[in-house]
Design a protein around this ligand. Structure first.
Ligand code: CA
Length: 235
């Protein structure tokens, strides 16, 4: 799990695949596409990886040594915490019926083996753009507040707001996932990545600073008692 630090830095991809030559190709392709990745060779390992750090995208092989990839997919989709992580099937099964079955189970896209690195890269980027706006480059907006990932700037009604890097990343994550409550632990995992040395109350400190930086838009960051925080535009 080395090199998997900032969750709002590079997109983080979980590769579930048991064939070494394909793993090698996929890891290389993702690296070229600007993604970080971790590899699991079985459904059991994949589940451990998922719990340790939820990825931005999962590439899932169909035929795995312990269970079919679809077992993992349906287990994931029925778990509220992981149900909306985008999944792309990597499959040698090329019949129309199998593709339909995969998409029925909640896969967002699929590539059929053998695939070219260029095709895989393009499909991964397209899926990330569609499913995880914080990696898409488009401005994230809530009311008069706007965050521009390309220029790393935040404006409120056109006026530029100054904030620290941690507050910026926290805001970016919350803007990309509005109206959803996150616990302090989830925010640590998703915004700060694998840092075990950061305490949960540190999140409170950054939320406090973020609210101050947001000036008249501070009410967008809500405290949900005994749960955590959310960004909401509803009054
Ligand atoms: Ca396989």
């Amino acid at each position: 799990m080395s090199g998997v630090r900032s969750a709002v830095g590079k997109p983080f991809v979980l590769i579930v695949e048991d064939e070494p030559s394909i793993v090698e190709l996929v890891v290389y392709t993702l690296q070229q596409a600007g993604c970080e990745s971790v590899v699991a060779g079985t459904v059991a390992q994949a589940w451990e990886c998922l719990l340790r750090r939820p990825p931005n995208l999962i590439l899932l092989d169909w035929m795995l040594p312990d269970h079919p990839g679809l077992v993992f997919l349906s287990r994931m989709r029925s778990d509220r915490e992981f149900s909306d992580i985008p999944v792309m099937l990597l499959t040698a099964k090329s019949t129309e019926e199998d593709k339909v079955a995969g998409l029925d189970q909640g896969a967002d896209d699929y590539v059929t083996k053998p695939f070219s690195p260029r095709e895989l890269s393009a499909r991964v980027k397209a899926l990330l753009r569609r499913k995880t706006p914080e990696h898409g480059g488009a401005p994230l907006i809530a009311g008069a507040l706007s965050l521009n990932p390309a220029s790393c700037t935040v404006t409120l009604a056109g006026e530029k707001l100054e904030m620290g890097h941690a507050e910026y990343r926290l805001l970016k994550f919350l803007l990309a996932n509005p109206e959803r409550v996150f616990s302090r632990g989830q925010l640590l995992d998703r915004v700060w990545g694998d840092h075990v040395d950061i305490e949960e109350r540190t999140v409170d400190v950054h939320v406090l600073r973020l609210r101050k930086a947001l000036k008249d838009a501070e009410h967008l960051i809500r405290t949900v008692r005994s749960v955590g925080y959310m960004l909401s535009v509803k009054s």
